[in-house]
Design a protein around this ligand. Structure first.
Ligand SMILES: Cc1ncc(COP(=O)(O)O)c(C=O)c1O
Length: 385
């Protein structure tokens, strides 16, 4: 029963509820409060949205997402994407799983780029298709190797699943590599699921390339309010695709599995999207300040840890050079009230057993880093390093 495998592994949604002092794992940006959001909307001249929020009906929101929200989301993309190319879900995770259900038949083969957010792979397993993993490697700065993707293509391959910007490593694809992957997909009649939930969190905004969904009809992209806006509580994610036939089929799947979501969340999402620049600036300032501290840490503790400096998102994947695996280290840290993720959280190959994911998107990270350092200093002698 594939679902059980998913449930016994902790993920971010589960651990948000765990009572632990230092959350050194978090990937989503610093959450806003509703009060802060309302203040932003008022400052932004969006009083009509505040009124809409106060007066909205508690009935079902429109299946697929209300038009006003889809129009606002479309502004995040180029001219090829309109409201009709977007389907809203109660979070990107539901969008990803139901996209995979819509695309795949049991006889289809998929290529999954790893390490990966577990639901990306589990979605393929649940849909019943076979798959081949293509592993990213720190030796190549976690960049996708196109030759490896090409080598994994089989006669029945239909789907390539990847996440960019990448959780856990913070890697980011450039336009050239995206174009090459799209050319390969188009040549072989494959669909790409491009999980872009960390988009807008690029350290250098000039590194942000177009969404894969803008670049090709063969690509389906995912977005969310949870990661860049720190607003997982809105329960708003979306799927974007130029192919209207796919959108029609996805809406049918949604009708069966995820028809009900919140108009309150939709209106909150519109407020946040209309204050996007301010919110993203606030969140990037937190991330950049935290990265200065982490940079110092990795320089000072280079005998014990190394990482590839991230380009986007709220997480990095760090190698522990000591005598424990990443999972063992994570378990010991948890006993000491510090939460990081070991590699078994991500569907990844054995070679990454020494890695842990750390998160640097929250205001609480400096305190978590101090606790982490204290733990490491205490153990150093025992590790004989
Ligand atoms: C790569 C990736 N995709 C999707 C999601 C899920 O997004 P949402 O919270 O909108 O369901 C996450 C959450 O951790 C993620 O890391």
């Amino acid at each position: 029963m594939p679902l059980l495998k998913n449930l016994i592994r902790s993920d971010e949604l589960l651990v948000e509820t765990v009572d632990i002092k230092h959350r050194f794992y978090a990937s989503s940006a610093e959450p806003l409060t509703h009060k802060e959001l309302i203040a932003m909307a008022n400052n932004n001249g969006d009083q009509h949205l505040v009124d809409l929020y106060n007066d909205h009906s508690l009935g079902y929101a429109e299946n697929g997402g209300s038009l006003d929200l889809r129009q606002e989301i479309a502004k995040l993309y180029g001219a090829k994407i309109t409201a009709d190319n977007i389907v809203v879900f109660p979070g990107a995770q539901t969008g990803m799983t139901l996209t995979t259900q819509t695309v795949l038949d049991k006889s289809d083969h998929s290529i999954i780029v790893t390490p990966s957010y577990q639901s990306l792979e589990e979605g393929v397993i649940i849909a019943g298709g076979g798959f081949t993993r293509v592993a990213l490697s720190p030796d190549n700065d976690w960049n996708l190797e196109l030759d490896a993707v090409e080598a994994a293509i089989q006669y029945n391959t239909k789907y390539i699943v990847l996440n960019d910007p990448h959780n856990p490593s913070g890697a980011l694809m450039n336009t050239e590599d995206k174009r090459a992957l799209i050319a390969l997909a188009e040549k072989n009649n494959l669909q790409i699921l491009s999980d872009e939930v960390y988009r807008l969190l690029e350290l250098d905004p000039s590194d942000r390339s177009a969404s894969m969904a803008e670049m090709s009809k063969n690509a389906i992209a995912l977005g969310t309010m949870a990661k860049p806006y720190g607003a997982g509580g809105m329960c708003i994610g979306w799927v974007v695709c130029q192919d209207k036939d796919f959108i029609k089929n996805l809406l049918k799947t949604q009708h069966i599995y995820a028809v009900c979501f919140s108009r309150a969340g939709e209106i909150q999402a519109m407020m946040a999207l209309r204050s996007s620049d301010d919110i993203i600036k606030r969140n990037m300032d937190i991330i950049k300040d935290n990265l200065i501290l982490l940079d110092e840490f990795f320089a000072e503790y280079s005998d014990l840890f190394e990482w590839v400096y991230p380009k986007a998102g709220g997480t990095g994947f760090a190698k522990f050079k000591g005598p424990l695996t990443g999972d063992q280290l994570a378990a010991e840290l948890q006993e000491n009230e510090i939460l990081v993720f070991g590699p078994s959280i991500f569907d990844c190959e054995e070679g990454l057993g020494q890695y842990i994911r750390i998160g640097f998107s929250r205001r609480t990270m400096p305190a978590a880093l101090e606790a982490f350092k204290e733990f490491v200093d205490q153990r150093r002698a025992e590790w004989k390093l």
